[in-house]
Unconditional design. Structure first.
Length: 198
């Protein structure tokens, strides 16, 4: 089955400031759970377009209010801060195809899947809050690129030798789509590009 992706721009400073303020309040964990539950049950199509892609267990939230669900709540609470933007049409072809054009496999995978979300949290949260997430996150939840990632990839695509496509004409639309997606994301340098691949 072919992977597709949906994407959004996120102001990481605003979101993480608000998340941290909510979590560190006296009843912080309860407030975080209740807000996540409210967002999950929202009928707003913009919120639903994001949360429906997440692998979370909202049924378990009613019975447990502990850090076990903190990563799920962190991801759900992003929803109101997201601005829709074009996503990659063929992330799997980006991941497999760019190495044929000279990219390192790690760079192609990062462009297709993004960086680990834990790194985003570590970058913007105070150490004690980030540590609470780190204990639950693991290292398999990818999905963001910063402005430097985006502009570096755009520069690299601009420098591609057109002759390299002679033997890889099937990659022309893949690279064109990736370029347009990143070009749109680059227009918001104070935001990060958030993607969910399904």
């Amino acid at each position: 089955m072919t992977e597709t992706s949906r994407a959004w721009m996120l102001d990481p400073i605003e979101f993480h400031h608000d998340f941290e303020a909510l979590l560190t309040a006296p009843d912080g964990l309860i407030d975080v759970r209740d807000k996540a539950t409210e967002i999950w049950h929202s009928t707003d199509p913009a919120l639903q377009a994001y949360v429906e892609l997440l692998s979370v267990d909202p049924d378990g939230w009613r019975f447990e209010c502990e850090d076990t669900h903190l990563v799920e709540w962190y991801r759900v609470l992003m929803a109101p801060y997201l601005i829709p933007t074009p996503g990659l049409l063929w992330p799997d072809r980006v991941r497999r195809g760019l190495p044929e054009l000279g990219w390192h496999a790690t760079e192609a995978r990062r462009l297709a899947k993004g960086r680990e979300l834990m790194c985003l949290a570590e970058r913007h949260l105070d150490a004690p809050v980030a540590e609470r997430l780190r204990l639950r996150f693991g290292w398999s939840t990818k999905g963001w690129l910063d402005h430097d990632d985006i502009t570096s990839a755009l520069d690299r695509m601009r420098r591609l030798d057109r002759h390299v496509f002679r033997d890889h004409q099937d990659l022309v639309p893949v690279v064109e789509n990736a370029f347009h997606v990143l070009e749109a994301a680059a227009a918001k340098p104070d935001h990060v590009f958030l993607t969910v691949v399904d």
